[in-house]
Write a protein that binds this ligand. Structure first.
Ligand SMILES: Nc1ncnc2c1ncn2[C@@H]1O[C@H](COP(=O)(O)OP(=O)(O)OP(=O)(O)O)[C@@H](O)[C@H]1O
Length: 460
């Protein structure tokens, strides 16, 4: 059951014809006032909401209606219908809790996709429910065997992936370098209906702004000085599949506008060719930067931010899931066992505990590298602390956390974070003691706890 709220009778009629044809039961309302009783009484699955209901074109009426609907039924997904040029209103709406926004005139396929996604994500259909499934059930159902970890934060990420993979929703994955963003993006693709189509990864951090269009949209021979041949762009390569835009936080503002357009209406032009093309892609983005902060600093477009993060997945750094370190190390060892035919290979218990205390700023990738290097260099069956230590000393990468780390292995922020966490643990969250021992005022400490997202309880 869907409700269309729009003052234009032509829009109501054509939308309801289309949606009835697609099998929905449709209600219509010309104004929010007319809509409220329907929302109250009917078990609606979704609402399509126009943003203007009088001569006013600011979209404010739509926002007020959206707030009222969310107050009445917080879980009911609302999709906004906005005119061109009203992106800021759509962004405001997303902040209030809209599920998505589509531009008028709308494209029927995109609209249907958006409705299905909103319904699935609201957990209102059977596929949407993750419930209290176990890790084994998740593995059986979604093939997560290669994503190792028992940490509750990771488990919740896996549940989210299970829930959202089959939808078309754009996903933003955040996390420090080496925390598994790409692995997660691939798992989403593998669990979607696009799994037999391409998964195209683009490292946006490595693309200069002058080459952005040619790289992403392709070019025709002769369209600029160095264009000696036609070139296919990444979006075309990813057509029908998934495009994984890594390091999206590194994109300059000019390129952000160009990206927004293709993400918004799925159209683009190849450089040197005026024909507009359409593309059908699922978009997954990743970054190790704080995009919200960048939006506040005007370094990242707010409309693009809301376009890419319908679903936000935050991957914890390894230091917040230390208990997973032995599991991961054993997993890497098992893979190497098979690779090198050394079936007696293992890591001693002591070495596993020791690995847990390493400061690994490069997270899982760094752990994997250390294990691989140690296996290559040592010919023993059981790897001990000193085998790993030799590797660390030789490469100067990680160090046990109570020493000052090697130059280049850590930034000041990382060191600060690690020190604050350690002090919090040591003084059992006693803010005054932690502040005193770190030489900070309590106010400064609170700010830093916020900055690094370290949980704490406010104390008098
Ligand atoms: N949970 C995990 N289980 C097993 N292997 C993992 C896990 N997470 C990450 N890895 C492995 O760690 C390495 C780094 O992961 P990945 O490339 O996905 O990280 P990333 O966050 O995308 O890194 P970057 O930000 O540097 O691009 C890969 O080899 C990946 O297979």
């Amino acid at each position: 059951m869907i409700l269309i709220i729009d003052d234009d009778v032509a829009v109501r009629t054509s939308l309801s014809l289309f949606l009835k044809h697609e099998g929905f039961v449709v209600f219509v309302a010309a104004t929010p006032e007319e809509a409220y009783p329907i929302i109250e009484q009917q078990a609606l699955k979704s609402v399509l909401l126009d943003m203007n209901f009088s001569m006013e074109t600011s979209g404010k009426e739509g926002l007020i209606a959206l707030s009222s609907i969310k107050e009445m039924k917080p879980d009911l997904p609302v999709i906004l219908m906005t005119g061109w040029g009203s992106i800021p209103i759509a962004v405001e709406g997303m902040k209030i809790g809209a599920s998505d926004f589509i531009n008028k005139p709308w494209d029927n396929t995109a609209l249907l996709e958006s409705i299905h996604t909103a319904i699935k994500l609201s957990g209102d259909d059977d596929q949407g429910k993750a419930g209290s499934v176990t890790r084994k059930q998740l593995n059986d159902k979604f093939g997560f065997e290669n994503i190792i970890g028992d940490d509750p934060q990771l488990q919740s990420v896996l549940k989210t992936i299970g829930r959202i993979s089959a939808t078309e929703a754009s996903v933003l994955i955040t996390g420090e370098s080496g925390t598994g963003k790409e692995l997660i993006a691939e798992a989403i693709h593998q669990n979607s209906s696009r799994r037999h189509k391409p998964f195209v990864k683009v490292n946006l951090g490595g693309i200069s702004s002058s080459l952005f269009e040619s790289e992403m949209f392709g070019h025709k021979r002769g369209s600029f000085t160095d264009a000696r041949n036609d070139r296919m762009g990444r979006f075309e390569m990813a057509n029908k599949g998934t495009i994984f835009l890594d390091e999206i936080g590194d994109l300059d503002l000019n390129s952000q506008v160009k990206l927004l357009r293709v993400l918004q209406d799925r159209t683009y032009e190849v450089l040197g060719d005026s024909k507009t093309r359409t593309v059908d892609v699922r978009v997954i983005c990743a970054t190790n930067r704080n995009l919200k902060e960048m939006v506040a600093e005007k370094k990242f477009r707010e409309d693009l931010y809301y376009r890419i993060n319908l679903i936000l997945i935050q991957l914890p750094p390894l230091r917040q899931r230390k208990d997973d370190i032995p599991l991961l190390a054993n997993y890497f060892i098992n893979n190497l066992k098979a690779l090198y035919g050394r079936d007696k290979l293992k890591i001693s218990q002591k070495a596993l505990s020791w690995l847990k205390e390493l400061f690994l700023s490069g997270n899982i990738r760094e752990l994997k590298n250390i294990v691989e290097r140690t296996v290559l260099v040592s010919d023993k069956d059981t790897l001990e602390i000193k085998d790993f230590e030799q590797q660390l000393d030789a490469s100067g990468v990680a160090k046990v956390s109570n020493e000052v780390p090697a130059v280049g292995s850590m930034t000041i922020d990382e060191m600060e974070l690690s020190m604050i966490k350690k002090a919090m643990e040591y003084h059992q969250q006693n803010i005054s003691k932690v502040a005193r021992c770190l030489g900070l005022s309590r106010g400064t400490l609170y700010r830093k706890l916020e900055k690094y997202n370290i949980p704490y309880e406010t104390q008098k």
